[in-house]
Design a protein around this ligand. Structure first.
Ligand SMILES: [Zn+2]
Length: 469
């Protein structure tokens, strides 16, 4: 099925047709490593990980580029607050970001590009914008983009001037000619890191870091630009204005994707509100797959409300799918080649793969895709009850592998939930051995210990089965 994408630029779902055949150039606004990685980051980056995975699954050759905003106002602020060097702040926070993303299974980025590695390209773009009359130099040696010169200013976000929008980072600066203008180059203030430029020592503005990086890697046009909805204005509007004015090529980006914000019990997440959740805090309470499931079991464009109860609920729902997957594994080991109801099960597998593909092709609707997986799991459980054969169950396992490749769920390896399940299987096996030896004291001890952890055992003719209570 052809992929359709909701494009913020046109406010419509459009057929996804890359600029160059099956090659897809994809850029997502990356981290400003000034603090720990929080759940808002997790929501955005898990979603774009799934976008890249799904496009690859559909046979596209995706180059996924993410920037690292290693110099920006918030890093300077952190430097002043902590007395630490900016490079140290960036290195520590970015290392923990990579660690957390790895744990969450976000492994689809090809290149992380550090803004400060692109200062020559940034200077070239600023010079180009000045030459074409889209920028001006202020008395102190800062350079500003003149938004009144760009006729399409506001076309992406539908917004032209600073209004309050949730989470937006707005610059206040009295040296601008127009309130909507923004800095391309910021003259050095005492104690700030700085680079040389024809306008004096200074540092790049936030927005031009991204266009320098993408034009260097992708040229004047690319396929897909993502970032949280709070970045649409002014950040992405400014990127578009810079790039299209600098290269003269339109559109700069073919498809713009903006996931909705993460809310904490209906409020924006802020340290000052005391509702801040670092990803590491969440990972101490829930396995990474449960976090992924929580974010993917919602539509990416909607705001998503987080609460510990919501995560516990997600943990139970995801547990049901894992339970099905586990009984598939167990049945495959004991089932005979053919079984009752194999034809029905094979039909259900085919329909589930189609429904999953249709949901994902419809603007990456992970919520619908998971709904299809839940429907399918019910049919699989029924088929197992009837006694399904190994061949049909192998196809079920294959279908879950396909869902898992795209969503980053249902791991059968040694990570997270799979590890826990493997350990429970091992204990149940040891208990079986103890029973066979008539060592009932050990067998009972294992049963009680598992019971205390919420695992119920059921002894049957062909061995024990376990279930989460
Ligand atoms: Zn950006």
């Amino acid at each position: 099925m052809a992929v359709r994408v909701y494009n913020t630029l046109t406010r419509e779902k459009e057929d996804f047709v890359p600029l160059h055949g099956r090659r897809v150039s994809m850029f997502v606004c990356g981290l400003t490593p000034q603090d720990v990685t929080h759940l808002g980051h997790a929501k955005t980056y898990i979603m774009f990980d799934v976008v890249a995975r799904f496009l690859r699954h559909k046979g596209y050759h995706v180059f996924y580029l993410q920037n690292v905003t290693d110099i920006e106002d918030r890093i300077i602020k952190k430097m002043r607050e902590t007395g630490r060097d900016w490079k140290e702040i960036v290195a520590a926070n970015f290392a923990s970001y990579l660690d957390v993303m790895g744990t969450l299974g976000c492994d689809s980025v090809d290149v992380y590009a550090y803004a400060t590695d692109y200062v020559p390209e940034i200077r070239d773009q600023i010079r180009g914008l000045l030459d074409k009359g889209y920028a001006y130099v202020s008395e102190d040696g800062s350079v500003y983009y003149d938004t009144t010169k760009f006729k399409d200013w506001g076309k992406l976000s539908g917004q032209k001037v600073e209004e309050h929008i949730a989470g937006a980072r707005i610059e206040v600066d009295e040296k601008k000619r127009d309130p909507a203008d923004f800095a391309l180059w910021k003259a050095q203030k005492p104690g700030e890191p700085a680079w040389d430029s024809p306008w004096g020592k200074g540092r790049p503005g936030w927005h031009i870091e991204d266009t320098a990086i993408t034009i260097q890697h992708f040229g004047p046009q690319y396929d897909l630009h993502g970032g949280g909805i709070e970045l649409a204005f002014p950040h992405h509007e400014a990127e578009l204005a810079q790039a299209e004015a600098f290269t003269g090529v339109t559109p700069f980006v073919k498809y713009w994707m903006h996931p909705g914000m993460l809310m904490i019990r209906g409020e924006e997440m802020h340290k000052s509100l005391g509702n801040f959740w670092a990803v590491s805090d969440a990972l101490a309470r829930w396995p990474p797959e449960v976090l992924r499931f929580f974010f993917l079991n919602a539509h990416y464009r909607s705001p998503l409300d987080f609460s510990p109860e919501g995560l516990d609920e997600a943990s139970r729902s995801y547990g049901r799918l894992r339970e099905t997957l586990r009984s598939v594994e167990a049945e495959r080991r004991r089932a005979s080649t053919e079984g009752k109801g194999d034809a029905d099960l094979r039909g259900a597998t085919r329909r589930a793969l189609e429904a999953f593909d249709a949901a994902m092709s419809d603007d990456f609707n992970t919520r619908e895709a998971l709904a299809a997986v839940f429907d399918y799991a019910r049919e699989v459980n029924r088929a197992i009850g009837l006694g399904a054969g190994r061949g049909a169950l192998d196809e079920v396992a294959g279908a879950f592998d396909a869902f898992g490749d795209v969503l980053g769920l249902f791991a059968r390896g040694e990570t997270g939930v799979a590890l826990t399940e493997g350990l429970v299987d091992l204990l149940v096996g040891l208990r079986e051995d103890a029973r066979k030896r008539k060592d009932f004291a050990t067998a009972d001890r294992i049963r009680e210990a598992l019971g205390a952890l919420g695992i119920a055992l059921e002894d049957g003719r062909d061995g024990a089965r376990w279930k989460r209570r």
